[in-house]
Design a protein around this ligand. Structure first.
Ligand code: KE4
Length: 434
């Protein structure tokens, strides 16, 4: 039965009069799945509640930051304490150094880092730094990977292996993307060819070590090692965009899990505990090129904001002091994904489930095949995904409103939540299969 969304709809209509699409980020408009987006008024633990008082089990978790769940007590306490001392000074506070120390301890490839306000700022700054450090211009990114909305990163994949970037958004002049090479993910051959064609000219390769932004896609065995080797050989920097995977798939992120040492790491989401934070970090040799020490300019009014630092500190302290949460997340995520996969099989629905730790995606397929890059991901049956998403929403399960996004489990999700989700999936697959 469809959920009553009357008050949500009124808020959506009111917002649409003053905000494009009524949303401050496109995916929230639910265009990919249809129907009205619930307008959320509060969250606690693994649950969120909309303006019509409908409750949902939340698997978006603000797109990754809320690994502890909503309104986690120590996070709330740290934010309110910080707020009572003043929200922002435009001056340094002890909290920034404290959080930076925690990140440096957790991620050995980072000796120094700079806080910014979003993942976009982190990757944009990391690439500027890589270009300055190597004195080279070209960058390589991969189809289906998303690194925020900096102009030169909004590129459509070129048709050929080393076709220069084609703007992926209106308002991005071709001149801004012609130094960006967009290659297929999980294809080392394409990278070898690019380094051959642009020998000694590529400043950096930026990659989501586990992709979240085409849906969850895993690196093929040897792929990340290959990127490390090829970049090292040519003198290009390897940038791990761990905005999503950092502190998510392990306390040390994907680089700990896959034992790869990137040159620059971009972080965000979890390190802000739900408040706006991004960061980029590297060896001191690289980071000391950043102003005021070096010639690479980057700045931000609210960078290192005390409330965001406080939320990040509380989140990372909890994860550091309760490292067993990663095993619990692994166990619960496997239980959930296996349960949904079985429900799909019972209903005769073709589903490919990709998962690393507590980030996962259910790909609706027309035939049984894996999803290992954008070309295979985009063959998904997005209409079937849309039907499934709406059925799950009606059943009180809030999944990412796009086939090409990762879903997230938090430490707040209980066995009952998981059982309820699998039961809802069983019914939803019947609707999809119908
Ligand atoms: P932000 O600028 O949105 O903080 O971060 C950009 C970014 C960079 N790198 C990775 C790996 C990311 O996943 C993101 C942002 N992730 C999306 C979720 N797919 C944010 C959701 C949204 O755009 O509303």
């Amino acid at each position: 039965m469809s959920r009553k969304l009357n008050i949500s709809r009124k808020w959506q209509q009111r917002a649409e009069r003053v905000i494009p699409g009524g949303v401050d980020s496109p995916v929230r408009a639910f265009r990919a799945v249809g129907g009205d987006p619930p307008i959320i008024v509060r969250g606690v633990g693994a649950h969120i509640v909309d303006a019509d008082e409908n409750e949902y089990i939340d698997y978006v978790g603000s797109w990754g930051p809320l690994i502890l769940g909503h309104a986690f007590p120590s996070v709330v306490k740290s934010i309110t304490t910080a707020a009572r001392n003043g929200a922002s000074f435009g001056a340094s506070t002890p909290l920034e150094a404290e959080l930076a120390e925690m990140v440096v301890q957790a991620v050995p490839s980072i000796e120094k880092l700079r806080f910014v306000n979003s993942g976009t700022e982190a990757t944009m700054s990391a690439i500027r730094l890589a270009r300055a450090f190597t004195k080279r211009k070209y960058i390589v990114k991969f189809e289906g990977c998303y690194h925020g909305h900096a102009d030169f990163l909004l590129v459509k994949a070129g048709s050929g292996v080393a076709t220069l970037g084609i703007p992926g958004s209106a308002g991005v002049p071709q001149e801004f993307t012609k130094l960006t090479l967009a290659l297929p993910y999980n294809n080392l051959d394409a990278v070898k060819k690019a380094f051959k064609r642009f020998k000694d000219q590529i400043a950096a390769v930026i990659v989501e070590p586990v992709v979240g932004n085409m849906g969850c896609v895993l690196p093929a065995p040897g792929y990340l090692e290959g990127l490390r080797e090829l970049t090292q050989k040519d003198g290009a920097l390897l940038i791990f965009d761990e905005v999503m995977t950092g502190f998510r798939i392990s306390f040390g992120g994907a680089q700990e899990l896959y034992k790869i040492k990137p040159d620059i790491t971009c972080l965000g989401k979890i390190i802000g505990g739900g408040l706006p934070v991004g960061a980029y970090g590297a060896s001191a040799k690289i980071m000391d090129m950043v102003a005021p020490l070096g010639p690479v300019y980057q700045a931000g009014t609210l960078s290192g904001n005390p409330l965001a630092m406080a939320a990040g500190l509380a989140t990372l302290k909890y994860l550091r002091d309760h490292n067993e949460v990663y095993q619990k997340l692994e166990f619960n995520a496997e239980l959930l994904v296996e349960g949904v996969a079985q429900a799909a099989q019972d209903a005769g629905v073709k589903l490919t489930c990709n998962r690393v730790g507590s980030m996962f995606t259910f790909f609706f397929r027309k035939k049984d095949e894996n999803v290992w890059d954008w070309a295979s991901a985009e063959k998904s049956d997005t209409a079937a995904f849309g039907k499934f998403h709406r059925a799950m929403l009606d059943a009180g399960v809030y999944l990412p409103p796009s086939q090409f996004e990762a879903a997230f489990l938090s430490i707040a999700h209980t066995p009952d939540d998981i059982e309820e989700t699998v039961d809802a999936a069983q019914a939803a697959f019947k609707r999809v299969g119908a």
